[in-house]
Design a protein around this ligand. Structure first.
Ligand code: ADP
Ligand code: RBF
Ligand code: MG
Length: 193
């Protein structure tokens, strides 16, 4: 796994993994700087094997993630995402369910490909898609922080933690003050630059 040299807090991976909470963020809704809205076209990543982990991640372009990188540290975040239908006539149709708003979990991290000088954001949409959606527009609202980026010694440990991240996301979004963002078109239909 990538080694992250830019943690701003010391922590012990194993101790943290055992003690992690199963619901995060205040019950009465997102606290500043959240909600943070992002919009952009899904890019090809570096093929670092997210799909092989059973967890494909839609990579967002650099300019789209500025609202996050300017206000947040590296780590795992949760919220909602909506993948848009492609322009008319494009070969891929995601179907009605594909373009609905779905829960998402996101990794914001320092990319070793750029010698840890650039942050990247990868969004795993919690939905089984029938097709890839490279090039599609995606709208994202980030509602809270889950945990720091950890330096993994094994793939299985990362897989386990991603499964926990998904559970934490669903538990956390289950509260009314978070669920209400699902039907909020001010972010899901926004085309911000
Ligand atoms: P890459 O390195 O190109 O980002 P990934 O293995 O992370 O490759 O796969 C990401 C791609 O998988 C996305 O760009 C998208 O087209 C597709 N995909 C399919 N299902 C999902 C999902 N549930 N969440 C995110 N991306 C998905
Ligand atoms: N990679 C890490 O090195 N440390 C992490 O803590 C970490 N957490 C992740 C959490 C989620 C929800 C997802 C989707 C990915 C995470 N990754 C993490 C993996 C990383 O961002 C990227 O997807 C992998 O490098 C692909 O193999
Ligand atoms: Mg990816």
């Amino acid at each position: 796994m990538a080694i992250n040299h830019k943690h701003d807090e010391p922590f012990s991976t194993e101790a943290y993994r055992e003690a992690r909470p199963h619901k995060v963020g205040p019950d009465d809704g997102p606290e500043p700087p959240f909600p943070i809205v992002m919009y952009g076209l899904v890019q090809a990543g570096f093929g670092r094997g997210s799909k092989e982990l059973g967890c494909p991640t839609a990579n967002l372009p650099e300019e789209a993630i500025r609202p996050m990188t300017s206000q947040c540290k590296a780590g795992i975040y949760y919220g909602y995402a909506r993948v848009h239908q492609p322009p008319k006539g494009a070969p891929v149709d995601l179907g009605e369910q594909g373009i609905e708003v779905h829960p998402m979990v996101m990794s914001l991290g320092w990319n070793p490909f750029y010698k840890n000088e650039k942050m990247t954001a990868e969004v795993h949409v919690i939905h089984e898609f029938e097709h890839d959606f490279y090039g599609h527009e995606i709208s994202v609202v980030v509602l809270g922080y889950i945990r720091p980026e950890l330096d993994y010694t094994s793939r299985d440990a990362l897989k386990e933690d991603i499964a926990t991240d998904i559970q934490v996301t669903l538990n956390s979004l289950g509260r009314p003050a978070y669920t209400k963002f699902k039907n909020d078109t001010t972010w899901s239909h926004a085309k911000i630059k």
